[in-house]
Design a binder for this molecule. Structure first.
Ligand SMILES: [Zn+2]
Length: 130
């Protein structure tokens, strides 16, 4: 059986992402995810606003190569205002870190978020109360 990583984060953190996505809608939001990998779980603990963030111009225009080398950054989250949470080729070309989280309109429930690894496999997301 393949060694699939689980991603975990608090409901509160997910709601913070949703709030940001709603605020910028119909433009895209993009944030960095800070966390730690422990055994087979990546725990996301914090959101980091990327330096030089140019909101609303899409993932494609974001200069990921300008990011500092920070190994506590485990990936990115961005919004799909269309509501379609399928990653685009551009998304995979700009993959950063271990995971890519996509939140889709209307940004309200667990159904509006998906997480992928660099191989394009969907990862389970575990929401915690703390
Ligand atoms: Zn995308």
């Amino acid at each position: 059986m393949a060694n699939i990583t689980t991603v975990s984060m608090s409901i509160e953190l997910l709601n913070t992402i949703f709030e940001g996505a709603k605020y910028l809608h119909p433009k895209e939001t993009i944030l960095m995810l800070r966390g730690k990998k422990k055994k087979d779980t990546i725990h996301i603990s914090e959101l980091v606003v990327p330096p030089l963030a140019t909101y609303g111009h899409g993932f494609a225009n974001y200069p990921l190569h300008l990011l500092p080398m920070d190994f506590s950054l485990v990936g990115t989250v961005h919004s799909h205002p269309s509501g379609n949470k399928t990653p685009s080729d551009v998304d995979f070309n700009h993959f950063f870190g271990r995971i890519m989280m996509i939140v889709g309109y209307p940004y309200t429930s667990e159904q509006d978020v998906v997480v992928y690894n660099a191989q394009g496999e969907k990862l389970p997301l575990q929401l915690t109360k703390e």
